[in-house]
Design a protein around this ligand. Structure first.
Ligand SMILES: [Zn+2]
Length: 208
């Protein structure tokens, strides 16, 4: 990028370029697109960025990002408490909420990735196992019957699914462990899958 650009433009281009999937060219296009907009639109954009994290919490039960804890999903009594869907990110909950899945979620906060220094302890795997432990010892709550591993169909996602499945087995939890897979392109991100592909993958889940 040249020094011909005024600093305000230059710095916005640089900020955009820090976002995933956005190179310097796109960053430039976005910045110049905003320049064509009236000030009130730019203000609205800026406000949205500034207030992004305001009032957000992680749900104490599923760890999904929400405005309250327990979140809307966890406090919905019509939900099927016997099924729990394990996902990497909150964005995956958003994608899966478009399918007919009516159970609960558990957001891990990522996937096992030794290259990035992310091990099982950096994820909410212990919290998931605690949930299963609590569930099997309490007679009051309805028992979790199925854990659906819906981590991404990537190397990291597979490693995470494998690890969780082994931990569940090791602890002797009596629960069906299934894995969604069919129809999802390998190496992709769950959040980018369309809802038909996601629904099929969910219906075709296999014993894991
Ligand atoms: Zn929740």
């Amino acid at each position: 990028m040249s020094k011909i650009l005024p600093p305000s433009i230059q710095s916005l281009i640089e900020e955009f370029a820090k976002l995933p999937g956005i190179g310097p060219k796109t960053a430039g296009r976005l910045t110049f697109f905003l320049l064509t907009k009236p000030q009130k639109d730019i203000n609205a954009f800026g406000e949205a960025v500034l207030s992004l994290k305001e009032g957000l919490v992680n749900c104490e039960k599923c760890f999904n990002i929400s405005q309250k804890s327990p979140c809307e999903i966890c406090s919905d009594e019509r939900r099927d408490l016997t099924k729990i869907m394990v996902v990497e990110e909150s964005l995956d909950v958003l994608a899966l909420s478009k399918t007919n899945f009516n159970g609960l979620y558990h957001v891990l906060g990522g996937a096992i990735s030794p290259i990035d220094g992310i091990g099982p302890d950096n994820l909410r795997i212990k919290e998931l196992l605690d949930k299963l432990k609590k569930d099997t010892t309490s007679e009051k709550t309805k028992k979790i019957e199925e854990v659906i591993l819906a981590t991404d169909p990537s190397l990291e996602g597979e490693a995470t699914a494998m690890y969780i499945s082994k931990q569940i087995e090791k602890n002797g939890f009596e629960v069906n462990v299934t894995r969604i897979a069919r129809g999802l392109p390998v190496g992709s991100d769950l959040e980018y899958a369309d809802e038909i592909t996601l629904s099929r993958a969910l219906e075709g889940r296999n014993k894991y």
